[in-house]
Design a protein around this ligand. Sequence first.
Ligand SMILES: Cc1ncc(COP(=O)(O)O)c(C=O)c1O
Length: 454
Amino acid sequence: MTAPDVTRHNVKRVLEQELARYGRRTPKSAALHERAEAAMPFGVASSFQAGDPYPIYMVSGEGSHITDVDGNTYVDYHNGFGTMAVGHAHPKVRAAIERAAKSGTHFAATTEDDVLLAEELKRRFGMEKVRFVNSGSEATMDAVRLARAASGKDVLLKIEGSYHGHHDAVMYSVVPTMDSGGASERPWSVPFSRGIPKGTEQHTMIVPFNDVDALERVLDEHGDDIGAMIMEPVMMNLGIIVPQRGYLESVRALCTKHDVVLIFDEVKTGVTIAPGGATEYFGVQPDLVCLAKAIGGGTPIGAFGGRADLMDEICNGVAALGTFNGNPLSVAASLATLTEVLTPDAYEHLAKMGTRLAQGCEEVLQNAGVRAHTTDLGCKGSITFSDRKLVHYRDFQTIDDSLFDASWYWLINRGIFQTPGKEEQWTISVQHDEDDIDTFVNVLDEYCREVASA
Ligand SMILES: Cc1ncc(COP(=O)(O)O)c(C=O)c1O
């Protein structure tokens, strides 16, 4: 095992060296950033796209690769924060969008394609009815409102460290500092943004992931007020944290017992880790499922759906609205994605590539003595720079960022584009091949040797 002080010293040196190299490779991104900052906060379209010292600005993508404004090409493992499981400019998705664009880009009236897409999502996720929206945030916002209305109880339960989008109800305890978070079994609700009205925190209570006892206690004490629970069945905004055996089944049973509507946020897991997402993978059926990202093949679309008796509350005074819901371009792309691209063969390919990547990374990390482990969920996977498996947010908070941070610059400087931040994970597309996977593993191997060398 590498002495930790050697590694730490090397990581600092590598980070400095790679930051300088980043600057030399990306002068046009630096210049565009300067211009962009005068027009947009942080110089980006979403704060999650910001970067230090500046983000890379992209111009095009094809297959598994993307190209930046400086002409550097990368194998893409970021894939639009997990949206591009189809890969870039997939011919079938492109053709579907072109066909739809020729026959009218928007009606704000329902089309037969909307019905076909709703039927496909019902089939995959065991849902009885579906409503379309335009993003993951809209899906969770509408699902939470619906669940509160249907249960007649206002309090939402949320997992500490989870991200469900940027509407107020779920913007609590996303990344709380440990001194702001309260006791681990009963965390406080800590706002993630300024501008959230004071007092609303009483409507969002927090529980730790993978802790049935803590959930049971809070439901015993507050079950009369708690109407909904939202969770990612696999936590994918903490790298990846998988549910312990039996945890999801216990959550399901407790929610049923206390008349709490269980919402699975499958914005990341849906149609990626299995055709029917985590719902299929773990065989636990929630009351409502939220979807977005990969279902749209790169176009803005989201959906939520589930039990018909809940969804029909929309016909009974629960607002579920949106001018662009069911937009023909997005729906055409989504239909092509789900019926022509993400086929059973595609899932087999993703599983094969995912295992090759996770095993390859695990091997080079172990060989170099870097304390880390990998997680393989087919299309999705991650490296966590800790030698023990994580159980919940507070475990994740103890991980030192430096090994990840230095690796990010090392990899991007050698043609691997990853999501920024240790809280994310890789997404493989159907257009990634073995060479793409081996490129990642080889570059990681060089990094591990560099940081672990005495
Ligand atoms: C689990 C989860 N839910 C919801 C969202 C919000 O989705 P969107 O960014 O499309 O609003 C995200 C976004 O990263 C997410 O990861």
